[in-house]
Write a protein that binds this ligand. Structure first.
Ligand SMILES: CC(C)(Nc1nc(-c2c[nH]c3ncc(Cl)cc23)ncc1F)C(=O)NCC(F)(F)F
Length: 296
């Protein structure tokens, strides 16, 4: 059904600051202030940044995707804002003041317990379970694309690379792999540009590693992989070398102080063969069991 697109009038938008650059655009913090008295709500406004990779069609698809998602663990779509007549359109989303998971964990490391990390992992898992139920593959699941709503709630965001699995297949093949975050990619995504719910599960395993490393920059996946495969190569051979070490069963080491049962969950997500990886439903159960055990 066509989502009721709530319209934000550009003349009531007050620019406050730049939040960052996403896959296809830049996102700004604005206040929507129709009364003009600074009592309006803070919102995140994503504008299309036309470049070689992105196009209006991609952005329209991102708007369509984001507006179709209704889940507590996914950043809320609020509406759209036309500017320049109706030439330009912006995507309006809720603004989460605690920012991305990376900055939050770096800042609040000492008072985020293992149980809290497991709660965040469980919420991301449930958000991905919902996404799967809508036949979407995220394709860019990473801590940088998780937002912190509160000290006990995180949400998945940035659906710029999200694709719908065709009805007659269980994977999506990408034609033009842009600047791919290969260190979050499953092997089949690197070698065959194939993306599925199971490749999202691989990326979820990387997110688990980021969570239990508290997104520490010198423990980040890219750094750890580059140490293993060496840095003195052009990108093409790095990805082939990465796939070969993965084929030889090498995996990211457990982060410091990471419970064994969490590392074993990561290893399950990193099964070379997609079919052997757990589903997000299985993972949510495993994580909730870990949370229960932690209570005993
Ligand atoms: C490109 C952008 C802007 N980057 C950032 N957003 C926010 C940020 C902070 N609060 C936010 N509330 C809503 C939104 Cl869409 C973004 C933010 N904070 C820091 C960022 F680098 C973003 O979209 N990142 C993906 C996300 F973090 F959202 F998953």
């Amino acid at each position: 059904y066509q989502e009721q697109l709530s319209l934000y009038e550009e003349r009531h938008l007050r620019y406050i600051s730049a939040l960052g650059k996403g896959n296809f655009g830049s996102v700004e913090l604005c206040r929507y202030d129709p009364l003009g008295d600074n009592t309006g709500e803070l919102i995140a406004v994503k504008k299309l940044q036309p470049n070689k990779q992105s196009s209006m069609a991609d952005f329209q698809r991102e708007i369509q995707t984001t507006s179709s998602l209704h889940c507590d663990y996914i950043v809320k779509y609020l509406g759209i804002c036309y500017s320049m007549g109706r030439l330009n359109v912006s995507l309006v989303m809720e603004y989460l003041p605690n920012g991305s998971l990376i900055s939050y964990l770096e800042k609040n490391r000492e008072n985020v317990s293992c149980r809290r990390l497991l709660l965040f992992a469980s919420q991301i898992c449930k958000g991905m379970e919902y996404l799967q139920s809508m036949r979407y593959v995220h394709r860019d699941l990473a801590a940088r694309n998780i937002l912190v709503a509160s000290e006990s709630l995180v949400k998945i965001a940035d659906f710029g690379l999200t694709k719908i699995i065709p009805f007659d297949k269980d994977y999506y093949r990408v034609t033009k792999p842009g600047d791919s975050p290969i260190f979050w990619y499953a092997p089949e995504s690197i070698t065959e540009s194939k993306f599925s719910h199971k490749s999202d599960v691989w990326s979820f395993g990387i997110v688990l590693h980021e969570l239990f490393s508290y997104c520490e920059h010198n423990q980040n996946p890219k750094k750890l992989y580059l140490q293993k495969v060496g840095k003195d190569m052009q990108i093409a051979s790095i990805s082939m070398h990465l796939v070969s070490v993965l084929k030889d069963k090498w995996r990211l080491p457990a982060p410091q102080h990471c419970p064994q049962r969490v590392h074993s969950m990561m290893l399950k997500c990193w099964a070379f063969c997609p079919e052997e990886r757990p589903s997000f439903t299985n993972l949510a159960e495993m994580i909730d069991t870990c949370i229960q055990d932690d209570r005993e």
